[in-house]
Design a protein around this ligand. Structure first.
Ligand code: RIB
Ligand code: CA
Length: 321
């Protein structure tokens, strides 16, 4: 079967970086048409730069990276340096990127790509706030029906919030954008905290990355070493949740996951619960299902897939050891 054509919309972020590496290590399964950066974990200037760095670390400097929206549709940007560090990729020392951003704006790239490919053949993988995708939908409503699937990391139900008591970060940063996407009618597969909190980078998992003996493996180990502090402190968990790689793993081995087709609406009115994904898991509202909401994962199978794929990568200039 031909690899799925995807656009990765992202706010790197260490977990975004691992997700991008997983996609770039899997050319038999996914063809990355481009990477679109959005403001989120850190400001746009850094998320765009970080996306370039990750592509070079994967030995794929030819991947096109586009800068997108630098602020949410209607709100002031909230960032997460307390989780990801000042650069967004804190942990290892990283070289400055050698490649440049594309001149085209990310929103224009999303619109043009969906218009230029046959309808139903391009998947959007959203790893950050939904600002770029919502802006594209608002500017070009004709592309909504052309999207094959939107697979997004965001929201929570049983796990409740990670940035407020009720909201997950990606949705909280731009709830109006999330509302546009969840109401768009585009096929949605949602990876909420309910599932991402089940794929934790425990010590043995991090050691596997370190033992790969590649620069890429070492980077992944140091990124996860760094960004697990927040979750360990808050949840007392045994490692960092690999939120965003769940989006790519869904495309590679969907059988690892299970969930329910349910109605999900976004709180945009109440400051108390702003950005909450009101997930009708028990079907009590009678509202039409609009999303496949993933609740469970085979964590060991996920890590087996992730480590096998990441072990394939090393930066272009590094000779195999
Ligand atoms: O809440 C987790 C999400 O917020 C992840 O995508 C992480 O990278 C941050 O963007
Ligand atoms: Ca992210």
């Amino acid at each position: 079967m031909a690899p799925r054509k995807i656009i990765i919309d992202t706010d790197p972020g260490q977990d975004d970086a691992v997700a991008i590496l997983l996609a770039l290590a899997s050319p038999e399964d996914v063809e990355v048409l481009g990477i679109t950066a959005v403001a989120g974990n850190v400001p746009l200037r850094l998320t765009a730069k970080n996306a370039l760095i990750v592509c070079e670390l994967a030995g794929k400097p030819e991947i096109k990276v586009f800068a997108g929206c630098d602020a949410p549709l209607k709100r002031k940007l909230v960032t997460a340096e307390h989780v990801h560090g000042k650069t967004g990729l804190d942990g290892p020392q990283l070289p400055a990127p050698q490649t440049a951003l594309q001149a085209t704006h990310a929103v224009d790239f999303i619109i043009e790509t969906l218009r230029n490919h046959p309808s139903g053949t391009v998947t959007l993988c959203s790893l950050g706030p939904l600002t770029n995708i919502a802006t594209a939908f608002g500017r070009a409503p004709d592309i909504i029906g052309r999207v094959q699937e939107i697979v997004l990391m965001g929201g929570a139900y049983f796990e409740v919030g990670n940035i407020t008591p009720t909201a997950e970060f990606n949705i909280y940063v731009d709830p109006e954008a999330a509302e546009i996407v969840f109401k768009s009618g585009a096929p949605l597969t949602v990876m909420p905290l309910d599932v991402t909190h089940k794929v934790l980078t425990t010590r043995p998992h991090i050691q596997v990355f370190r033992d790969m003996g590649t620069e890429t493996g070492r980077m992944v180990a140091e990124w996860t070493d760094f960004f697990e502090r927040f979750d360990k402190e808050k949840y007392g968990s045994d490692g960092a949740p690999l939120h965003d790689p769940c989006v790519i793993a869904w495309l590679l081995q969907p059988e690892l996951f299970s969930g329910r087709k349910i109605n999900v609406e976004i709180e945009t009115g109440s400051e108390l619960t702003l950005g909450m994904t009101v997930a009708d898991w028990w079907g009590v509202t009678g509202r039409a299902p609009n999303a496949l909401f993933i609740g469970d994962v085979d964590a060991e199978g996920f890590f087996a897939l992730l480590t096998e794929r990441i072990s394939r990568l090393q930066p272009a200039q590094e000779e195999p050891r």
